[in-house]
Design a protein around this ligand. Structure first.
Ligand code: ZN
Length: 244
């Protein structure tokens, strides 16, 4: 895993080994699950805190591999717009006292190879309370190769999850999904050995979408620009905007 190699330990040999056959096969078969700085602190499945920089040299190398093969990168990362104290007292395992800013590193990763499609998972569920609509909108606007995967779970911050007090989508979320419908997909991050509450919430989310947005987010996106069936040729020469 990338976070086990500190960026200053990435030698040319490490890069060659990481970009070899094994790396290709891994990125092709199941995408890469990377954790940016300030990634996981608690949660289900006994997920430990794991951390490294989003612009780690091996992530940059992975972006090149993903672009070469027309494969998306699935990035699971908390939003930390500035250094901050660890947000909760009751985490599992070893957690740090503070979290380091990670959005600038994410932007460097996105800018490194505009043909690498980065799917930032966990839209709608975050533990820092910082993955706000304005933050997501500004990043989507600046980086055409950024996509978002929705995740819904009751354990996340109410400040940033998409549902309002009456159960419908918050106006800011609705506007963002209308403006960037071709950049979102529905995800769940559901573990196989746990309950299916997240799938139930994903259904609720889709049902709350206007039909034209639901069609794009729920069907066209998974089968199209994010989907693994997208031909590499479709991703090149379109000013970084993927069309169907
Ligand atoms: Zn995740």
């Amino acid at each position: 895993m990338i976070q086990r190699i500190t960026p200053d330990k990435v030698t040319p040999d490490v890069l060659v080994n990481s970009s070899g056959r094994r790396g290709h096969r891994e990125s092709r078969s199941r995408g890469f699950r990377g954790n940016g700085r300030g990634a996981f602190f608690l949660g289900r499945g006994n997920h430990p805190y794991e951390s490294t920089r989003p612009d780690h040299p091996l992530f940059l190398a992975l972006a090149d591999i993903a672009a070469q093969h027309g494969m998306p990168i699935d990035l699971h990362m908390e939003a930390v717009p500035q250094d901050m104290p660890f947000p909760r007292q009751s985490g599992r395992g070893q957690n740090p006292e503070t979290l380091k800013e990670n959005i600038s590193g994410l932007e460097r990763l996105l800018a490194h190879n505009p043909n690498a499609r980065i799917v930032w998972a966990h839209a709608g569920w975050d533990l820092t309370g910082e993955r706000t609509v304005p933050l997501m909108r500004s990043l989507l606007k600046k980086h055409p190769n950024l996509y978002m995967s929705v995740k819904l779970d009751e354990s996340g911050s109410r400040r940033t999850w998409p549902f309002g007090p009456k159960g419908g989508l918050k106006p800011g979320w609705l506007a963002m999904l209308r403006d960037f419908s071709d950049r979102f997909v529905i995800g769940s991050d559901q573990f196989f050995d746990e309950g299916t509450e997240r799938l139930t919430l994903a259904r609720k989310f889709v049902d709350a979408l206007p039909p034209e947005v639901a069609r794009v987010v729920g069907s066209e996106m998974p089968n199209g620009s994010i989907g693994l069936r997208q031909r590499r040729d479709d991703l090149i020469g379109q000013e970084e905007k993927v069309t169907f």
